[in-house]
Write a protein that binds this ligand. Structure first.
Ligand SMILES: Cc1cc2nc3c(=O)[nH]c(=O)nc-3n(C[C@H](O)[C@H](O)[C@H](O)COP(=O)(O)OP(=O)(O)OC[C@H]3O[C@@H](n4cnc5c(N)ncnc54)[C@H](O)[C@@H]3O)c2cc1C
Length: 497
């Protein structure tokens, strides 16, 4: 079954609508099912330059598949058949020489280049928006750079090409694992994770992919950015960290040495139910500050528990998990549970939560078919700022949508709250409705001291919000770096800057 052009993943895995409609009817009333519209893809503005012809395509479905990411507005547009931002052609370089020739020819032909990993961006990161004076757009799909090239089992690191998808990467690592499992794992790539600073499986310590990058190789329009393999260095602003978060605006990441580990052999987990949300937050903070560093530490508020059918009793639930390839982690779990004495321990909720987490990416598609607007946003703030932030976000959206919250990651100094909002879509006006809800959420988060994103990246969607939180001289310095590495502005115009 081919991948859906607008929805998540394999079209054959779409959720059944009737059971979902029954579940959401009490909140949203009778829902009408809408069918997917036929494709509308504009004609290419430019042809494929002869030097790229051996590895490029301008086939209509291929261009449509590289048009949008997977945010709510992207999926809705695709569902309605609108592929108006499709690239003029898709290039699939087989090696670094072909990556370089795409960059060179794009500069010569006045085209923009949008690197494309899995296309799971939710911040308009893969959309082809032309810069001034550009005549057309190339989507550079890195799927052919899909191999683990070397494993250094002494240092526990692997040299991996950027275009490899999560499952193929894990399969090639054999006895080792990267253990970076974002919810989008199945349809996202190593290169995409690195440049968006993705957040993965570990709820504490190694939360972002940044921690796992030992060295990186990025081709810029003005030369190769290759860092040395080092466990750490104290020399200057970190050349690896400058690539993490660059979102395809400075260069194309072709490979990286990544820190890997043995697959875990020992696991221990439990879930703790709390009648009182504030007690649940306090217990989660105590665990985050204890130095026990659980692999999983996800706190769900009562609405999140209800929406995901994790428990029927209106409680907040903390899902805890420890793992190791070396030692029994049961004692760690027991110590963490002592910090959660205000709650009651149950085993069932963790499995229900996992099931719902895995189905999550397909849920938004089904909601779109049913005329329900559902989306998420995430942030991070200090523990001291959290109560006000939670209140401010709730207040900003209360009259407009159903809202739920979970902590995806936690740090000794604060949580990363992740919110879901769901409401009846206003047919024909969904994009404006979504933009208004998103703006309300962004304002509430920023005014309460949070960040515009914890792990979904900036892209185009969060650009204005990000400009409100970053230092102005930093923004100018980033602009100068962009002008130095990509003076013609070929790469991802309008993303980040
Ligand atoms: C259902 C769902 C669940 C998600 N869950 C998570 C989650 O748990 N954690 C999380 O962090 N994010 C999550 N995301 C967001 C998204 O999956 C991440 O941002 C992911 O890192 C993007 O990877 P990708 O390979 O799909 O990149 P793409 O979406 O293809 O690209 C993202 C950006 O990176 C650039 N880019 C891609 N590859 C390269 C490269 N090799 N070199 C230079 N630039 C490049 C693109 O131009 C674009 O700007 C989720 C998204 C969805 C739809």
């Amino acid at each position: 079954m081919p991948r859906s052009l607008w929805g998540w993943g394999d079209a054959g895995q779409a959720l059944e609508l009737e059971p979902l409609a029954r579940r959401v009817r009490p909140f949203f009333g009778e829902l009408e099912v809408e069918n997917e519209a036929g494709l509308r893809v504009p004609k290419p503005r430019v042809g494929i330059p002869s030097e790229l012809a051996a590895f490029a395509s301008s086939e209509e479905r291929d261009r449509a598949a590289h048009c949008w990411g997977k945010g709510y507005p992207d999926r809705l547009r695709g569902f309605r058949g609108d592929f108006s931002a499709a690239p003029d052609f898709v290039a699939r370089p087989r090696d670094e020489a072909e990556v370089s020739s795409v960059l060179e020819i794009a500069e010569r032909e006045e085209l923009c280049v949008v690197p494309f990993g899995g296309g799971s961006s939710v911040v308009r990161g893969v959309e082809c928006v032309l810069g001034p004076k550009q005549r057309g757009a190339v989507s550079m799909d890195l799927e052919r750079l899909d191999r683990v090239l070397e494993i250094d089992d002494v240092s526990r690191a692997a040299r991996i090409q950027a275009g490899v998808f999560g499952p193929a990467l894990e399969q090639q690592l054999g006895a080792f694992t990267l253990r970076h499992f974002p919810q989008s794992f199945e349809y996202s790539t190593l290169g995409g994770w690195i440049v968006t600073r993705a957040g993965g499986h570990f709820a504490t310590v190694t939360t972002h992919i940044d921690e796992l990058v030992e060295s990186v190789r990025m081709l810029t329009p003005r030369g190769l950015w290759q860092t040395r393999r080092l466990p750490a260095t104290g020399a200057g602003p970190d050349a690896v960290r400058l690539v993490c978060g660059s979102e395809g605006t400075l260069g194309v990441v072709t490979e990286a040495w990544m820190r890997i580990r043995k697959r875990p052999q020992h696991r221990a987990g439990a879930s703790v139910h709390f009648e009182d949300w504030n007690q649940a937050v306090a217990a989660t903070r105590a665990v985050a500050q204890s130095g026990l560093n659980p692999a999983n530490c996800r706190l769900l508020d009562p609405a999140e528990v209800m929406v995901n059918e994790v428990a029927p009793d209106g409680s907040a639930v903390l899902v805890l998990g420890f793992e190791s390839d070396e030692y029994d982690v049961q004692p760690w779990l027991e110590r963490a549970l002592k910090l959660c004495a205000a709650g009651r321990v149950e085993q069932k909720a963790a499995a229900a939560w996992r099931e719902s987490f895995l189905k999550g990416p397909y849920l938004q598609d089904a909601m779109i078919r049913l005329g329900v607007l559902a989306d998420t946003f995430e942030t991070a703030c200090t523990w001291s700022a959290f109560p006000k932030l939670y209140e401010a976000v709730t207040e900003a959206l209360r009259e407009h949508a159903m809202l739920s919250c979970r902590f995806t990651h936690v740090y000794p100094d604060g949580p990363a709250p992740y919110f879901t909002f769901i409401t009846n879509a206003k047919k024909g006006g969904e994009l404006e409705q979504w933009a208004e809800l998103k703006q309300r959420a962004t304002d509430a988060v920023l005014n309460a001291g949070g960040t515009v994103t914890h792990h979904h990246a900036v892209g185009r969607t969060h650009k204005d919000g990000w400009s409100r939180e970053r230092p102005e001289p930093y923004a100018r310095a980033l602009g100068a770096m962009k002008r130095e590495l990509d003076p013609a502005g070929v790469l991802n115009p309008g993303v980040l800057l």
